[in-house]
Ligand binder design. Structure first.
Ligand SMILES: Cc1cc2nc3c(=O)[nH]c(=O)nc-3n(C[C@H](O)[C@H](O)[C@H](O)COP(=O)(O)OP(=O)(O)OC[C@H]3O[C@@H](n4cnc5c(N)ncnc54)[C@H](O)[C@@H]3O)c2cc1C
Length: 387
């Protein structure tokens, strides 16, 4: 098994003998497995693998903008400033199609097709789990060949997989990647949900970084619907422990620790991420609902951005400042020594076990968490803004 494999599945779709299939590992990640009996050694799987391709060199002077969507419902549904629903609405209004990630009613994280504005909300917002791509690339190709405008949004490795699958440029394809620092498996997420349900009972919905109650002021928030009521958890609540294992590199797919896309030389027309540190820049933009850092990588991306930016709050940003704060733009997250043990324990046991044995915040983290836990959200926001 190639540890750098990102699980994009291009080799599976391209194999002329259909002898490669995706199999789930114990950790809950998909990896391609070849049936060597049927393999004709054509090597196409190697040729189409994006890991064997060099990266484009088009982003030597990246243009960065701070973006806040002026549509209140867009900004509420999104994790940052709502650039995704803005650009996606434009593509749909042009009779185009958007491919992006959503969470289904069984909490699976999948790629889907969005053709109607009314379906956009479920595609908005970050899901901190590896999304299942399945045969999406083949569907994208079909739509491109029928001359539809297509917007594909995913992690950089998912965009790289698509480009390798297509093997040629399409004028009607727009790609957008997210600044990404790593993805845990669906198994990891499901075990966490089981833990929440063991405490609270059955939940009907789950959303990472739900802003509807407290705004953006705490990124490690989540909300879920239980017995018809919306519960939003922030700060030091026990039900947020998923973030502890997520943020510090304990739970990622193996390839994320060696990701070749964590650098300013991006793979897509446009890159989006959180505009961390915006408060410290000399920009008059409302920051309390989230700001998207929009990085323009290609001329095509710039043309599209110039159309969709109209009517929203936009300011040129300082790329060097963002790079310093948003480390996923320049470097991979360090692999923690405990990473394998955590997955082993999770496979053999449950999330509760992890919390009892592996949840060890540093004294500083612990004190900060306690302070946040007792601090009202508005006060926390003010402290964050002025410190
Ligand atoms: C796993 C992950 C890690 C991230 N790490 C960082 C980081 O280190 N630094 C940073 O600045 N930003 C990071 N982000 C991006 C950030 O959380 C926001 O998604 C981004 O700022 C865009 O916000 P928005 O408000 O413009 O759009 P939103 O409406 O929030 O749109 C989010 C877009 O991301 C897509 N998406 C959501 N989850 C996934 C997924 N699991 N796989 C593929 N696509 C997905 C959605 O389909 C949608 O198109 C990460 C996002 C994810 C999903």
């Amino acid at each position: 098994m190639n540890k750098d494999c990102t699980g994009c599945g291009t080799c599976v779709l391209k194999c002329p003998k259909h002898c490669i299939t995706m199999k789930l590992t114990q950790e809950g990640f998909y990896y391609p497995i070849k049936d060597t009996n049927n393999c004709i050694n054509c090597n196409l799987c190697e040729k189409v693998c994006h890991l064997n391709h060099s990266q484009p060199q088009f982003n030597l002077l990246p243009k960065l903008y701070a973006f806040v969507n002026n549509n209140p419902s867009h900004i509420k549904q999104s994790s940052s400033g709502g650039f995704f629903p803005n650009i996606a609405s434009h593509i749909i209004n042009e009779k185009g199609i958007v491919f992006a990630t959503y969470m289904d009613e069984d909490f699976n994280i999948k790629f889907g097709i969005c053709k109607n504005i009314s379906d956009l909300p479920m595609f908005c917002g970050s899901k901190y789990v590896q999304s299942e791509i399945g045969a999406t690339y083949a569907v994208v190709e079909k739509e491109l060949k029928s001359f539809k405008k297509v917007l594909f949004v995913g992690t950089p490795c998912q965009v790289a997989g698509l480009k390798s699958y297509l093997l040629k440029e399409y004028d009607n394809l727009y790609t957008m990647d997210i600044i990404c620092h790593g993805v845990p498996s669906l198994l990891f997420f499901k075990k966490y949900l089981q833990y929440i349900e063991s405490k609270l009972g059955k939940i009907q919905k789950f959303k990472f970084r739900d802003k509807s109650k407290y705004g953006i002021q705490c990124v490690s928030s989540c909300s879920y619907v239980h017995k018809g009521n919306l519960h939003t958890k922030i700060h030091n609540d026990n039900t947020l422990n998923y973030y502890y294992f997520y943020m510090f590199g304990d739970s990622y797919r193996e390839c994320c620790y060696n990701c070749k896309y964590t650098n300013p030389n991006r793979i897509s027309d446009i890159t989006i991420g959180d505009y961390w540190g915006i408060e410290k820049e000399n920009i008059k933009i409302q920051t309390n609902k989230g700001v998207t850092a929009v990085i323009i990588n290609t001329e095509k991306g710039e043309k599209l951005f110039n159309i969709v930016k109209e009517g929203n709050e936009i300011y040129p940003g300082n790329y060097n400042n963002l790079k310093l704060i948003n480390t996923a733009l320049t470097s991979q997250v360090k692999r923690k020594k405990t990473r394998d043990t955590i997955y082993q324990e999770l496979t053999n046991s449950n999330f509760n076990y992890l919390i009892n044995h592996r949840y060890k915040p540093s004294t500083l983290q612990y004190i900060k968490g306690k302070i946040k836990g007792i601090c009202p959200p508005f006060l926390f926001y003010i402290i964050k803004k002025y410190t």
